[in-house]
Design a protein around this ligand. Sequence first.
Ligand SMILES: *Cc1c(COP(=O)(O)O)cnc(C)c1O
Length: 346
Amino acid sequence: MSFKLQSLVRPNIWALEPYSSARNEFTGTAEIYLDANENPYENGLNRYPDPLAMKVNHKISAIKGIASQQIFLGSGSDEAIDLVFRIFCKVGDTVITMPPTYGMYEVSANICDIAIKKIALRPDFQLDTDKIMDTIDANTKIIFICTPNNPTGNDIEMHSIERILTEFKGIVVVDEAYIDFSRNPSCSTLLDKYPNLVVFQTFSKAWGRAAMRLGMAFASKEIIALFNKTKPPYNISTLTQKAALDALESGYETMQKRVKILLQEREKLEKSLTKVPCVLKIYPTDANFILIKVTEADKIYAYLTQKGIVVRNRNMVALCEGCLRVTVGTVKENKLLLTALTNYPS
Ligand SMILES: *Cc1c(COP(=O)(O)O)cnc(C)c1O
């Protein structure tokens, strides 16, 4: 495969001399730190954090089996999404998304003034790979694939992801925010095979730490080096680094247990929903949510809200007409949702 990273990167980013922070220029340990204009009075937060959050990085590296230099840590996946645009796209370039999908790819494209080409998913919510291939041109820099996909919930077939990785010479982002709920393995196992692959994961879903704001990108060490030189120097706060270490050290088993429970609850919910009169269709899911087609989406959404239950109304989204997206909650929450839906006067 003829892959030339430099030809994809914005020339200003390729040439960028990154900000050299005090913590970059001196990395040993000392008695007295007078190099960063910090306040000397200790309160646990008076010093700048480790710019690369290396302790967190090493823990993730061990758990995921991915080399440390192939891991970027950002303030949520949102920062990683923003960075791929700023690293690879200049005005005139285009990216491809496959709606219905996560809204942030388009928002980030708009912020950076990058044109976006949308190739709708097929009715079975899989990729229209032939059409994607036909749409790629010399200006296409990035293709975003979300698997399991939000809001549809399904996994994208691995063979179509691999076809795009093989035939497209630009950057392929595979957003795996929901991978821990999926039956399929992570695409991070393909990193050695495809130098154009960037995988996103997050602490916001299975890890149960949406408020912590920590996202991960896995890619070649060359691409990760570009992420790290482009990001703000101290993008991961000390509070986040501490909470992440705590999650990785003592929260791993809890995370796995809760994922198991949520998967059982998902299955129960899928089964029970088939008996609810106002539910017309339950789409297959590999995530911690279920897309359902209902008789009157707007009315049922309002009805649920009135009962104190908020779901996501996807009625206005193309291919999701009449649909609500329902997150799998606790046993009790799911029961209340089912009762409310069952009692909906039809
Ligand atoms: C929830 C979600 C994320 C997570 O974003 P964070 O910024 O890490 O909280 C990323 N991608 C998709 C598709 C999501 O649904």
